[in-house]
Design a binder for this molecule. Structure first.
Ligand code: ATP
Ligand code: MG
Length: 549
C-alpha cells in the first residue's frame, strides 16, 4: 500500500432517524452513553450488506462517544465454525473499526440464559411442551387463523421445571420436548404464539463442545444477550419488526424477575441494503462457492468483504458509501454505480498513476536511433505535485493500445492514423505513417519532448499512453465486471458470463515491483490492485461508469 499521506474523504454527517432517536435518548438522560453491537452469526463470510450494518453500529458508537460490541450470535451448534469467526474479525478490523475488549459470544451466556428460563418457568411464563414439532407447527395457526393451545400448556410449573432440568441433563431425545414462552396463542402476531425458547439437540457446539444438549432460539437469546451486555440501541433489519414485541416481552419478564437491569435495550429496525446487480444473501453466496461459479469466498467478483479487498475496494470507500446511502425505514434498491463511484472517489485520492497497455500493438519510431534509451519525467499524480515524479524509460519501440490506431479514422478521431500527429504522454510528438506488418510506423520530432523548452509549440489533439517495449513488464491483468447481468439477480441463471476476462498486458516497468495489495490508477483505464493471491493485477473499477455502454 502507498505509504504517502493521504486525505480520507469525509462525507458530511447528516442526520437520520436512528441518530435522532439516539440523540433524544441521550438528551433525556435515558443512558449515560451509547452502546451498540454488531451481531453476526458465524455461519458465512461478511458481505456488503454487513458493511452497512457495521458502519452504522460502530459509527453511532464513534459519533456519540460510546462503544460497539462485536457479538457472535453462535446459538446454532451445527452451522457455525471458527473459520468464520476469524474472518469476520479480520474484516471488521479491515473496515477500520475496533471493538476493543468488547468481543462476546452468545454461547458465553448459555448458563445465564438457562437460569433466566428457569425463572420464567417458575413464574408461569414458560412451560415445557411435549407435542411433536409437526403438531406445534399445526397448532400455531396461520396469518388468518389463530393458534390453538397445546394440551401441555397448563401443566404445573413444577413439572415444567423438572422436565426442563431433565432436558438439560440429557435425559430426553431430540424433538421430544421444547420450552415455550406462555404468551398468547390467539395473537395476530404469530411471533407471540408461545414461541419456542429451547429445543433439544444432542450436537457439539464449536465453543461449548458437548456441555449442552439444549440450545436457545434466536429470539430468546438475542434480546437477552443485548440486555446482559447493557446494549442501549439494538439495531437490526426490517424483517425483525414483527419480533420486536417478543424482544420486549422476554426482556420485561426477565427484568421483572430482577435478573437483568433497566433501562432495557431498544430495538430499532432499518432497511437492509439491496444493491442492483448484486446478491446479498449468505445462503445464495454459499451456492456460488459450492457450485464453483466463482473461485472461493474471496473471489474478487464476490460481494463479500474478503472479495472486495482483493478487488481493490477500500474501507474508506465503504464508509463513504454507508454515509451517503444513509438509513431508511423502507426497503429500496441502491444502484451498484453508487458503490463504484464511492470507490473511485477514494481511489482517485490515494492511487498513484501508472501507464499500462492492456491491448497492445507495437509502435516503431523510424527516425529514433536504434538502441537508444532515455528517460521521461512523469508525475505520480497530476494534482498532487508532492507525490513526486518518476523516470519512465523510452525507446524506439513502444507498446500502445490497439484502439489508439485506425487505418481509416472515424469522424472525430484524434489519435493515430496515417498523416496525423499525437503526443506520446510525457514524451514526444510523433507523426503516423501507417501500419506495416502489424506494427504502427511513426516518425518523431526530436525537439518536442515534454518538459523541455519549446516543446508545447506542437499543438496536437491526441495524447496517448505507451510503454517502452524493451523495458515493459508483461503481466496478467484480470478485468472484472459485474458478477450478475440482471438488475435484481435471483441466482445462478442471472450470472454474467463476461464477469472476468484474463489478459496479458504490457506494464510500465516500475509495476514489476508493486507490492501485493498496492493500488494504482492505470491512466485512461481505471483503478487496479496487485492481487495478493495470484500476483496479477485486478481491475477494481473503470475510470468512468461504462456498464451497458
Ligand atoms: P443473510 O441475510 O445474508 O443471511 P444475516 O442477516 O443472516 O445475513 P447475520 O450474520 O445474522 O446475517 O447478520 C449480522 C448483522 O448484519 C445483522 O444485524 C443483520 O441485520 C445485518 N445485515 C445482514 N444483511 C444485511 C443487509 N443486506 N443490509 C444491512 N444489514 C444487514
Ligand atoms: Mg441473520
Amino acid at each position: 500500500m502507498s505509504s504517502k499521506p493521504h486525505k480520507t474523504p469525509q462525507a458530511p454527517s447528516t442526520s437520520n432517524f436512528i441518530r435522532q432517536i439516539v440523540e433524544a435518548d441521550l438528551a433525556a438522560k435515558k443512558h449515560a452513553s451509547v452502546r451498540t453491537r454488531f451481531p453476526p452469526e458465524p455461519n458465512g463470510y461478511l458481505h456488503f450488506g454487513h458493511a452497512k450494518s457495521i458502519c452504522l453500529n460502530f459509527g453511532l458508537a464513534q459519533q456519540y462517544g460510546g462503544v460497539c460490541h462485536l457479538r457472535f450470535d453462535d446459538t446454532n451448534p451445527t452451522k457455525e465454525e471458527q473459520e468464520y469467526v476469524d474472518s469476520i474479525k479480520e474484516m471488521v478490523k479491515w473496515l477500520g473499526f475496533d471493538w476493543g475488549r468488547h468481543e462476546y459470544y452468545a454461547s458465553d451466556y448459555f448458563e445465564k440464559l438457562y437460569s433466566f428460563a428457569e425463572a420464567l418457568a417458575e413464574r408461569g411464563h414458560a412451560y415445557v411442551d411435549s407435542l411433536s414439532a409437526d403438531d406445534i407447527r399445526e397448532f400455531r395457526g396461520t396469518l388468518t387463523e389463530h393458534g390453538r393451545e397445546s394440551p401441555y400448556r397448563n401443566r404445573p410449573a413444577a413439572e415444567s421445571l423438572r422436565l426442563l432440568r431433565e432436558m438439560r441433563e440429557g435425559k430426553h431425545a431430540d424433538g421430544t420436548h421444547v420450552l415455550r414462552a406462555k404468551i398468547d396463542m390467539r395473537s395476530p402476531n404469530i411471533n407471540l404464539r408461545d414461541p419456542v425458547m429451547y429445543r433439544i439437540r444432542h450436537a457439539e457446539h464449536h465453543r461449548t463442545g458437548s456441555k449442552w444438549c439444549i440450545y436457545p432460539t434466536y429470539d430468546w437469546a438475542h434480546g437477552l444477550s443485548d440486555a446482559i451486555e447493557g446494549i442501549t440501541h439494538s439495531i437490526c433489519t426490517l424483517e425483525f419488526e414483527d419480533h420486536r414485541p417478543l424482544y420486549d416481552w422476554f426482556n420485561e419478564r426477565v427484568a421483572e424477575a430482577g435478573l437483568i437491569e433497566r433501562p432495557l435495550p431498544r430495538q430499532i429496525e432499518f432497511a437492509r441494503l439491496n444493491l442492483t446487480y448484486v446478491l446479498l444473501s449468505k445462503r445464495k453466496l454459499i451456492q456460488l462457492v459450492e457450485e464453483k461459479h466463482v473461485d472461493g469466498w474471496d473471489d474478487p467478483r464476490m460481494p463479500t468483504l474478503a472479495g472486495a479487498r482483493r478487488r481493490g475496494y477500500t474501507p474508506e470507500g465503504f464508509r463513504l458509501f454507508a454515509e451517503r446511502i444513509g438509513v431508511a425505514k423502507a426497503d429500496s434498491w441502491i444502484p451498484f454505480e453508487e458503490l463504484e463511484s464511492c470507490m473511485r472517489e477514494h481511489l482517485n485520492e490515494v492511487a498513484p498513476r501508472r501507464m499500462a497497455v492492456l491491448d497492445p500493438v507495437k509502435l516503431a519510431i523510424e527516425n529514433y536511433p536504434e538502441g537508444k534509451e532515455e528517460l521521461c519525467d512523469v508525475p505520480n499524480h497530476p494534482q498532487k505535485p508532492d507525490w513526486g515524479r518518476r523516470q519512465v524509460p523510452f525507446s524506439r519501440e513502444l507498446w500502445i493500445e490497439k484502439e489508439d490506431f485506425e487505418e481509416v479514422p472515424p469522424k472525430g478521431y484524434f489519435r493515430l492514423f496515417p498523416g496525423n500527429e499525437v503526443r506520446l504522454r510525457y514524451g514526444y510528438v510523433v507523426k503516423c505513417i501507417g501500419m506495416e506488418n502489424g506494427v504502427v510506423r511513426c516518425t518523431y520530432r526530436p525537439d518536442s519532448k515534454s518538459g523541455t523548452p519549446g516543446a508545447d509549440k506542437y499543438k496536437v489533439k491526441g495524447n496517448i499512453h505507451w510503454v517502452s517495449a524493451t523495458h515493459a513488464h508483461a503481466a496478467e491483468v484480470r478485468l472484472y465486471d459485474r458478477l450478475f447481468k440482471t438488475e435484481h439477480p435471483e441466482g445462478t441463471a442471472d450470472l454474467n458470463p463476461g464477469s472476468m476476462k484474463v489478459i496479458r498486458a504490457q506494464l510500465e516497468p516500475s509495476l514489476r515491483d508493486a507490492g501485493s495489495g498496492e493500488r494504482f490508477q492505470f491512466e485512461r483505464h481505471g483503478y487496479f490492485v496487485r492481487d495478493a493471491a495470484h500476483g496479477a493485477f485486478n481491475r477494481t473499477v473503470t475510470l468512468r461508469e461504462s456498464w451497458g455502454k
